[in-house]
Design a binder for this molecule. Sequence first.
Ligand SMILES: [Mn+2]
Length: 334
Amino acid sequence: MAQGYDIIGDVHGCADKLEELLGDLGYSVVQSPCFYWHPDRQAIFVGDLIDRGPSQLRVLEVVKAMVDAGSAKIVMGNHEFNALAYATEDPRNPGSFLRQHDTKNDRQHAAFLEQLNVEQKSHYLAWFRTIPLWLDLGEVRIVHACWHQTSMNLIEQQLGGNRFSSIESFAGAARATDAPSPLYAAIETVLKGPELDLAKYGAKRFKDKDGNVRREARVRWWRGGATTLKQLAEVPQGSRDEADKPYGELPDVLVDETDQSYSYEGPVPVIYGHYWRTGVPVEHEDWTRSTACVDFSAVNGGTMVAYRWNGESTIDWRNYHPHGRNLIEQTSKS
Ligand SMILES: [Mn+2]
């Protein structure tokens, strides 16, 4: 029985950083079958094992071996979900796929498609389909992007659980191209995080770093008790408005009940990934009393991070590994 969990952030094909982190955390390789193991702890992966990075096959070998051996658990990331949709033909529209093979999607997924051969792809895609969309371990909860009970209730009702029971059940959920179903929207909330419509509250659109005009802003769902647009919406720092002026402050107006419902208040701590944090974990942004993000952009020159949960009911930033100060040193080195 594990005495604690080491919850590991988005790996994105960075096998060297992952194996270094596992070593630092006290996991060692057990032979035949070969897997990383810790005498009294279990690793939990928050998903997004694949895409972008240089050694995706090695990451899949390491992580699946741990999960098969019981030395790790995993939840699904949006990149595993997308990989499945990319590979699955639309049953209503033979010849086209549940995720379109267009330039943007091809580019996002190119490294995975190149690095795995046909057999490897079908082997790991079959495994992805069985990965749960979240884990509720009683005293701690793990999800890729957002813990939102309303969405999770809907998923459980429609799937009969929190995973896809068959490829047909996946295909039914992943049809997104025409009108997204409530089930698809709920899965997006859990795996990609909620967004809110700025125009609905009289706020301006903003231009993202690539110059695309965005009318939706990410929701800072980890802010417990947040009720206003200013508290909940995340317009990235340095954004500009459509007239190319600095974006300025969001209005401090109340958001509606649906948007307020994303705000997570505990009491059980949630550990999640997905959000490409940088630098050291900062209170209110990267962690709160009841939430901790473990994605610190490992594939983008950042640090592969774990949160070492030891049974606490409120997050303790000292349980981040590496610790804050070391994070700065590692980040500035890379
Ligand atoms: Mn993600």
